[in-house]
Unconditional design. Structure first.
Length: 532
């Protein structure tokens, strides 16, 4: 599949159809007449105003109105004499916009556009649904199968294109990625996020961004949007032994956050991760992250999803500005019961974004086998949570790999995760719930309707089909499928299972067929679905 990294499907501006360089930026002109943008798409107007003494400090806001609805979207300086304002219309119909700015040449400029019906691949942004799950704005469930490639945007163009081609053929619908470069990841790119003030590696002017760096980031986020993949944008990280971006003062941190939010918030596929392994950032306290969370929340007019990722110490995900938990914990998905506990504490969706990675490294965080990687996803699913993937499989010693640089997937887990995604998509909406969760039933689904039982690395030869009594009274009919999660097969058992009460008051079963035969090998699951 050949991909072209353009913003055509997500951006409309006054210069509708203007070229957008493959991995860089292009200056569009201000709209002189109404244009059309899909609902949840991205409207952009580019405004020219010379002479600002500190252009990155210039206040620029787009005020968008439709009837009694008003949305204020922050704008940003994009180099030269160009300022941009981006907006994602939440509803169809006619919209008007007006600029508020402390720069006279910008203040008062105005225009209009029409938001039209979304195309078939545009389901809108993702938000939390029913406490523990996710859904798109149009109501379609979002069943997270995520991956991580921290530094893919900082690689040469050929590698970035290869990464997108790999993602297009993969099951992954969310990608975690860094904004700032990682000093431990190789890159051939000369772009930096700030202008230099001297020859040293930490000689930066933190008041002046390098627009070309962020234009490349824009293009990468837009390309992911074209593929229907959520961009989980990591704002801060601790892997900076060279540049000093993790040691910026609070004023520089806030300036940076405002700039990134102004650039990216209008892309419907953006999620915010305040930091990766936040507890390794010794220059920032929990209070700092509280402030930064609230700054993102106040600057983002769309309320995109927000979280933060831990190393060993957990942030309090119960705080109101956190929408979902992003957790590093491999042991939590060794069974579904441990996975579920996290969500009961916070009553929010839980994504175990890091459970260690499929790989061949000597480091324990990068040595999972393919079956172990897939096992974590299945246990997480049964526990009503979600899990993230990555892999550390260099082709040769010293080569880069997917986790750091993107490129190609070499592991065995990705095809099995595609199979899992098909199971999820055929399952309940918006997602799987734990059933009789604190009594070691190891069942997920919807009580009375749908049940999944996963056996992990155990290899039973049979399973007693005992369904907890919740939502069952007797006489219900079910079909049963035996699923080989590794070999990716589904065997439908003949006939029906008809529920009747057991001698114990807590369970129902079919007295004529009390057990399900299993093949005695690992990685098996059973699916039980009620018949109409």
């Amino acid at each position: 599949m050949k991909l072209t990294m353009t913003r055509r499907s997500v951006v409309a501006s006054g210069a509708a159809g203007a070229a957008w360089a493959a991995l860089g930026g292009g200056a569009a002109r201000a709209a002189s007449q109404a244009v059309q943008v899909e609902q949840w798409g991205l409207f952009e107007t580019a405004l020219t105003a010379p002479g600002a003494p500190e252009p990155f400090r210039t206040a620029v806001t787009g005020v968008f109105t439709q009837g009694e609805t008003t949305v204020r979207a922050p704008g940003f300086y994009d180099g030269g004499d160009v300022y941009r304002i981006r907006f994602s219309p939440p509803t169809p119909g006619a919209w008007r916009w007006r600029v508020e700015s402390d720069l006279k040449a910008l203040n008062g400029q105005e225009g209009r556009f029409e938001a039209i019906a979304p195309s078939s691949g545009n389901h809108g942004p993702v938000a939390v649904q029913d406490d523990y799950h996710f859904a798109y704005a149009d109501g379609a469930p979002f069943r997270q199968i995520g991956t991580t490639s921290y530094g893919w945007t900082h690689q040469p163009e050929a590698r970035r294109r290869q990464t997108l081609e790999t993602l297009a053929a993969s099951p992954f619908n969310k990608l975690r990625m860094l904004v700032f470069p990682n000093a431990t990841i190789a890159t051939n790119e000369a772009l930096s996020p700030y202008e230099k003030t001297g020859p040293g590696p930490r000689d930066w002017d933190f008041t002046r961004f390098n627009p070309a760096y962020f234009q490349r980031l824009d293009a990468c986020v837009a390309a992911l949007c074209d593929l229907g993949i959520q961009a989980d944008v990591i704002l801060f990280h601790p892997y900076d032994e060279t540049f000093g971006f993790e040691e910026m003062a609070a004023e520089a941190d806030d300036h940076y956050v405002r700039y990134v939010v102004a650039r990216l918030a209008a892309y419907r596929n953006v999620w915010w991760s305040l930091a990766n392994e936040f507890d390794l950032l010794k220059t920032k306290t929990d209070s700092d992250f509280d402030r930064l969370f609230q700054l993102v929340q106040s600057q983002d007019p769309y309320g995109r999803l927000r979280s933060i990722h831990n190393w060993r110490r957990l942030y309090d995900h119960g705080k109101p500005w956190v929408t979902h938990a992003s957790i590093q914990n491999g042991s939590a998905v060794l069974d579904d019961v441990r996975a579920e506990t996290y969500r009961s504490v916070w009553r929010k969706p839980v994504i175990f974004d890091e459970i260690c990675y499929e790989g061949s490294l000597e480091d324990r965080w990068g040595d999972l086998t393919g079956p172990e990687m897939v096992r974590g996803f299945w246990h997480g699913l049964i526990g009503g949570t979600y899990v993230g993937h990555s892999e550390c499989l260099p082709r040769h010693k010293g080569d880069g790999f997917w986790l750091g640089e993107g490129g190609e997937l070499r592991g065995k887990s990705a095809p099995r995760l595609a199979f899992l995604r098909s199971i999820m998509e055929a399952g309940p909406t918006p997602g799987v719930e734990p059933i009789d969760k604190w009594w070691e039933q190891h069942l997920g689904g919807v009580a009375g309707q749908y049940y999944l039982r996963y056996f992990g690395d155990a290899a039973p030869t049979e399973w007693a089909l005992d369904l907890p009594r919740d939502e069952i009274t007797g006489g219900e009919r079910f079909r049963v499928d035996v699923i080989d999660t590794w070999n990716m097969t589904i065997e439908a058992l003949p006939g029906e299972f008809v529920m009747a009460a057991k001698e114990t008051k807590y369970f129902f079963h079919d007295p004529a067929r009390p057990t399900v035969a299993l093949p005695g090998r690992p990685w098996m699951a059973v699916r039980v679905t009620r018949l109409a």
